[in-house]
Ligand binder design. Structure first.
Ligand SMILES: *Cc1c(COP(=O)(O)O)cnc(C)c1O
Length: 246
């Protein structure tokens, strides 16, 4: 059973009239409802962190193939026990010493927040003999706690150019999280700022690099706004699987 929606989410849904997802729907129903409102160019990352393998299996049986996790150990255990056509996206804060455990199988790492981390992924990916897709995480929220490059740091890193020599990572785009707030205008501004920054980088550093095409933004409470702002990957957890028990 899916627990009741938070007051914040109820207000949000009312505000945007994205009503398909209602109380007590199954995981499969939630996935169908979300899919029905996603434009064709937007992919759904089902964020399964803290949810059991059984819940992932339900989503898998509903056709979902991309899952997001935020702890390396948890993701690796799930990878080992679930079908191998699942694409695992790592969306959490990544410590350098954990990179090696997931490079053999991970589909995309969303949270690259330093050159050092990108270089570590490259090093481990080389050892594993496969290229790993990465997104640069950009800090767009007003909260201190969220990780990521600020715009200037990111420009500086790209300008320095060392990243171009990393043969085992593909920089596929950007990821960001909006401030946790009810203020729709603020969330929209933050997503738009990330979207503009993506276009700036695309035109400056990635002109001839077609793989730079992903904009990972939008979660359960704000994914419709993120889509309006140009998201290509929405990361939705509680709206599919219910609230998490940490
Ligand atoms: C947990 C998490 C999500 C999913 O959050 P919901 O609000 O449950 O949809 C998305 N992105 C990141 C980076 C997360 O850590």
């Amino acid at each position: 059973m899916i627990p009741p929606l938070s007051a914040r989410r109820k207000r949000f849904i009312k505000q945007l009239a994205v009503t398909e997802v209602s109380l007590n729907m199954s995981i499969a129903d939630n996935i169908k409802a979300i899919r029905s409102v996603l434009p064709e160019h937007v992919r759904l990352v089902a964020v399964s962190k803290f949810h059991p393998v059984g819940s992932i299996t339900e989503a898998y049986q509903a056709g979902q193939r991309i899952f997001g996790e935020s702890k390396v150990q948890e993701m690796t255990a799930k990878y080992e026990s679930l079908p191998k056509d699942i694409e695992w996206h790592f969306i959490g804060h990544l410590q350098s010493n954990k990179v090696k455990y997931m490079v053999p199988y991970v589909s995309m790492i969303h949270g690259i927040d330093s050159y050092k981390l990108l270089a570590e992924v490259d090093k481990q990916a080389r050892k594993a003999g496969r290229k790993v897709n990465c997104l640069l995480q950009i800090h767009i929220a007003t909260e201190e706690s969220k990780f990521g490059f600020d715009f200037q740091e990111c420009r500086r890193m790209l300008e320095e150019g060392q990243w171009k020599e990393l043969e085992y990572v593909t920089v596929c785009g950007l990821m960001g999280m909006a401030t946790f707030t009810d203020r729709t205008e603020q969330i929209r501004d933050e997503f738009n700022s990330l979207s503009s920054f993506f276009n700036e980088l695309k035109n400056t550093y990635f002109k001839d690099i077609p793989s730079f095409k992903e904009l990972s933004m939008g979660m359960s409470d704000d994914y419709p706004l993120a889509i309006e702002a140009g998201s290509t990957l929405v990361r939705v957890g509680s709206r599919i699987f219910g609230e998490r028990n940490y």
